[in-house]
Ligand binder design. Structure first.
Ligand SMILES: [Zn+2]
Length: 207
C-alpha cells in the first residue's frame, strides 16, 4: 500500500519550497521547542485549514482536533481523555495565554447530532456517545435571528464547550489570574468570514 501520489508530491514541494528556504528556523524550532501563541480546538473537518485561517507560522498554534470541536466537562475520574489531556498540556506545561474554540459552518458532526442520525451501531460506537456532549447545547434566539438555525446550533455548541472548558479548575484559575483568555470563534467555509463570541454581550460578532 503506497501513499497517494498527491501527498508524496506535496511533501516534495514542502521540502523544496518551504522547509529548505527556512531551514535555519526549523532547526531553531527543533532545538528550542514550541512556544505557541494559542491553543486551538477545532473540528477534524478536512475543509478546515487552521494554520491557513490565521496565516500562522509553524509553532504558533497548538492544535487539537476532534469531531465537532467539542470540549468535554472536567471529569477527573474518566478513562481516556485525549482532548482534556491536550488542554492540560497546553495550559499547565506550555502555559498558552489563549485558548480558541474554533467552530465552523456546515459541520457534519453538529448536523448529525441535530438530525439525530444515530442508529443502533452508533449507540454502541464512539461518535454517538461523543456527540452526546451536545445535549446541553442551548440555541440562543438572537443567534437564530442573525445567523439562522444551522449556524445558531454550531454557535450553541461553541457556547457549551466554552462552559465545559471553564469547568476545569486549572483553566478557571488561570483565567481569574489574567494568565489565560478563552475565545469562541466560528469560521464560515464558503465566505471565509470569522465571527467571535463577545463575552460582555454574549453575542457573536464580526472580528
Ligand atoms: Zn465539523
Amino acid at each position: 500500500m503506497q501513499l497517494p501520489k498527491s501527498l508524496v508530491e506535496g511533501y516534495r514541494r514542502f521540502l523544496r519550497d518551504r522547509h529548505l528556504p527556512e531551514k535555519g528556523r526549523y532547526l531553531q524550532l527543533a532545538e528550542l521547542g514550541q512556544a505557541p501563541t494559542a491553543m486551538v480546538i477545532a473540528c477534524c473537518d478536512a475543509r478546515l485549514d487552521v494554520s491557513a485561517i490565521f496565516d500562522a507560522e509553524p509553532s504558533a498554534l497548538f492544535i487539537m482536533r476532534n469531531v465537532a470541536n467539542l470540549v468535554p466537562p472536567y471529569e477527573p475520574e474518566g478513562r481516556y481523555h485525549g482532548t482534556s489531556a491536550a488542554i492540560e498540556y497546553a495550559a499547565m506545561v506550555l502555559k498558552v495565554p489563549h485558548i480558541i474554540l474554533l467552530g465552523h459552518s456546515r459541520c457534519g458532526g453538529v448536523r448529525a447530532y441535530r438530525e439525530q442520525i444515530r442508529d443502533k451501531a452508533d449507540e454502541q460506537g464512539f461518535i454517538g456517545r461523543w456527540l452526546a456532549l451536545l445535549d446541553d447545547a442551548k440555541v440562543a434566539e438572537n443567534d437564530v435571528a442573525v445567523y439562522g438555525q444551522e449556524i445558531a446550533f454550531e454557535l450553541a455548541s461553541i457556547r457549551s464547550s466554552f462552559a465545559h472548558l471553564e469547568s476545569f479548575p486549572f483553566i478557571r484559575k488561570r483565567e481569574e489570574r489574567g494568565m489565560l483568555a478563552l475565545h469562541g470563534l466560528h469560521f464560515d467555509i464558503g465566505s471565509g468570514r470569522l465571527i467571535g463570541l463577545d463575552t460582555a454581550s454574549s453575542r457573536f460578532v464580526e472580528l
